[in-house]
Design a protein around this ligand. Structure first.
Ligand code: TRP
Length: 436
């Protein structure tokens, strides 16, 4: 049974707040534990450049968001966890997609339209302050998703349009260059209806743009307590019955509680619990769940080099998926090695691109009794030649090691690339062996 691939990213411009945790991080970590899913989670740091030109803030946010995912229980062994900017194939795919995306489609994007409307409302030039980054943002997001052929993309409601655009662009690319082959899976948005949109201090949706957030880990228990004390309530006196729905308290409590405890909390408010006591109980409830994670978070933040290592390992896994697909896409649009042009012109290339056929390892014995292997591409072109080994087992072990390290394999002494072959072609071929 093939697994469902889910993929989602978080833009690295801010410090995670409770709303990010309950609405995105917690459900994503839970989903990643399902044996039927293959999860890709990443830090959308190229997206951050669209909104933010403060390098220090971007750097800090990347670190905080990475540490938050890990502290929240993400298992980087199970999940492919990486930074977008460590995957050069993503911006390269962005360009291939940009060249098949209708400008009219981008004109309709909400984020861009909202900026135009804001300009018009202020009698400004409609394009004032709008960068090409903002305008083309849905294409970068499409590349994030299509590069890994994700089936499902967990997002908030505001992002549904972008997933639809990704489907459009994918279908267009498939149609133009696929020759009957579907390079890209058409992704679907996964909007969890039962996941609460958390209210902020003022009762509106918790959001950085409303300045009403409660930080998740930053500032520790003290800051959490302080923020909770600032939740807006009315002047109903202690002892008087209170409407549990008149402010954010009960909804916040519910996001960290089972149904039974929620009922008890609401009943206590109706029975006259003071706002101060209600806030104290809310704090105790949330802090009880966050404290162990906060401890992990602080330990991680103190050791950025460890986070870096986790992300580098994740990036290598991600590139091992991205590189071979991009290689095929380059071929499909006509960016192929000149070594193959002669064959294409001479042969009849109306069928699927050659790269869609698998490469091949050949093991054999030479007259001197030594065991060798070759890696050949689908057309029989020599990619890699081994030296001689004393036993077939040793040769086989080296073949297995190459397959296992597809994205990063480097040559051992005595190994030689075929004529005109670059190591990246070997990597792309090796990656084919690890496809499902
Ligand atoms: N644009 C998304 C947001 O602002 C973040 C994001 C970037 C994303 N690339 C993605 C989400 C790919 C899902 C898939 O929330």
């Amino acid at each position: 049974m093939t697994k469902t691939r889910i993929l989602t990213g978080i833009t690295t411009t801010g410090t995670p707040h409770l709303g990010n945790y309950v609405g995105a991080i917690r459900p994503a970590v839970e989903a990643s534990r399902d044996a039927q899913t293959d999860a890709f989670f990443f830090l959308a740091d190229y997206h951050a450049l669209i909104k933010c030109d403060d390098p220090a803030r971007i750097e800090r946010s990347r670190l905080e968001i990475a540490a938050t995912w890990l502290a929240a229980g993400l298992d980087p062994e199970r999940v492919t966890f990486y930074r977008q900017s460590d995957i050069p194939q993503i911006p390269e795919l962005t360009w291939l997609l940009t060249c098949v995306t209708a400008k009219g489609l981008m004109n309709r994007a909400h984020a861009y339209k909202a900026s135009v409307d804001a300009n018009l409302a202020q009698n400004e030039d409609p394009d004032a302050g709008i960068t090409m980054g903002l305008y083309s943002y849905p294409i970068l997001m499409a590349a994030d998703i299509l590069m890994f052929n994700a089936h499902k993309v967990p997002v908030g409601r505001d992002q549904i349009q972008h997933i639809e655009m990704a489907r459009d662009v994918a279908a267009r690319f498939n149609h133009l260059f696929g020759k009957g082959r579907e390079f890209f899976v058409l992704p679907e948005a996964l909007v969890e209806e039962q996941v609460a949109t958390l209210p902020g201090l003022d009762g509106r949706k918790m959001s950085k743009s409303y300045d009403n957030t409660i930080p998740l880990f930053e500032g520790g228990a003290k800051k959490l307590k302080e923020a909770i004390s600032q939740i807006v309530t009315d002047s109903t006196a202690p002892g008087e019955p209170k409407d549990p729905d008149s402010n954010a308290l009960a909804t916040l409590f519910q996001a960290f509680s089972d149904a039974e405890d929620t009922v008890t909390y609401r009943a206590a408010l109706s029975a006259g619990l003071s706002w101060g006591e209600a806030k104290q109980r809310l704090f105790a409830r949330i802090d009880g769940q966050l404290a162990p994670m906060r401890e992990r978070y602080e330990a991680l933040i103190a050791k950025p080099a460890e986070i870096e290592e986790v992300l580098q390992t994740g990036a290598a896994k991600a590139r091992a998926v991205a590189a071979p697909l991009l290689e095929e896409l380059r071929e499909a649009v006509g960016l192929r090695s000149f070594n193959r042009v002669a064959q294409t012109v001479a042969g009849d290339d109306k069928t699927a691109p050659a790269a869609s056929k698998p490469p091949l390892f050949k093991q054999y014995r030479e007259a001197d009794g030594q065991f060798h292997f070759k890696l050949l591409d689908a057309d029989g072109r020599l990619l890699l030649q081994s030296p001689g080994y004393a036993s077939p087992r040793e040769a086989g072990q080296r073949v297995a090691a190459l397959k296992a390290d597809a994205a990063n394999a480097s040559l051992l002494p005595g190994e030689q690339l075929g004529e005109g072959v670059e190591l990246t072609a070997v990597h792309a071929a090796l990656a084919r062996f690890s496809e499902d």
